[in-house]
Write a protein that binds this ligand. Sequence first.
Ligand code: BES
Ligand code: MG
Ligand code: ZN
Length: 464
Amino acid sequence: MKINITADIKSTVCDILVINQFEGEKTTEELANKYAIDEDKFEGKLGTTYLLPTYGKQAARKILVLGLGKKEELNTDKFRIAVYKAIKKAMQMEAKKVAFEFTGVDFNWAEQFVYGSYMADYSFDKYKTKKDKKVEEIYVNCDEGLLRRAEIVTSGMKLTRDLANEPAQFATPSKLAEIALGLGLDTKVYEKEDCEKMGMGAYLAVAKGSSQPPKFIHIKYTCPNPRKKIAIIGKGITFDSGGLDIKPPASMLTMRDDMSGAACVLGIMSKINELKPDVEVHGIIAACENMPGCSAYKPGDILTAKNGKTIEVDNTDAEGRLTLADALCFACEQGVDEVIDIATLTGACMVALGNVAAGIVGNDCDMVHNIINAAKEVGERYWELPMYEEYKDSLKSEVADMQNTGSRWGGASTAGLFLKEFVKDAKWAHIDIAGVAFMDKPMNEFIKGATGAGVRALINYISK
Ligand code: BES
Ligand code: MG
Ligand code: ZN
């Protein structure tokens, strides 16, 4: 799909011209007059569409009216979703060229238009012999700078979504490392032996049950006089079977998405040379599989993380925090000001917030709130969870400094407190995307499957 800027939408040659109508405004009558037709049937509810009968008076072009809901209630999120719906409708109608003309939309909608459009264009059909039909050309009149920048972001999201949608047989730790090395950035991949030397006993324990070798990935973007230095760590469990504490089939089914955090890091880093933020960015992924093989780590094992802290394994399915523990230690050693980890970490976060919002915790109020606001601006929802000290009680171990799992209750907060033990001298935020990284059915601008969670939000955050 290609988006073209055209000042003269009226005379653009296209299959469908999309025009908008607000709910409760009798604009179809005006529209009918404008296009010399006589219909007035459409209510303009948000995201609904109505094909205006043009009685041959508009040559080959069809006119699709897009409802934007009540004018005073329209916001950037609603606008984006409406654009998505319009393009999906155009696809159903097998249109190839679609022009858009918006009237009465008061905010600068260029970015949201791009997000909505590319979300509608997205499909994961590489393994299907019959491909989805797509819109090829879009014509619109908007701010070109904003449009092109949003295109860079959506193209990062596409990589993220593709990787998270890929079956685990393809998206292995080695594959993630190969992709990272191909980004044209300063990238180092640490092998198992290197990680042993670095003392990453928590991460390596998780990798033990799999025949896929672990790959610890460090991608670095530098710029002259960086305003600050940030590390973004993505959970990179390329398949989470649960390990010896194996998951039931229904819970395991989508666990190829357990590297969505890693895919987010790769999506961001793949575009960083084009985005050129004035910030140093380290992308870090401790990639491995969590499998119940004969050398798998076992419940009751005691692990030593990179910072020397010992962890009793009380559940092998709480593996993400073990891999993140060593990654957090590594990130803090890079001398960064801020560390953000993004992870499909807990089912508990999904129970708390559903698939509507990600959970966020951190050790610095301002940083957490700035991330929440940056996310909101681009259409992602992050909700702060508490990190009361009491949650930590359940992480107490009789035999080690802590255990990895703790109580079911408040599980997302407990996981946050566990991670905090591995953060040294940096501002830190942890984003739990377990609920939002992967949709089990279409929602808003997403089809079933990976959503690219975190890409829009974190690019916006690092660009500020
Ligand atoms: N990868 C899962 C969390 C998850 C659940 C992600 C659902 C996406 C959707 C994580 O490794 C996990 O298994 N967590 C356990 C932790 C428990 C054993 C403390 C969970 O949430 O059940
Ligand atoms: Mg698990
Ligand atoms: Zn997991």
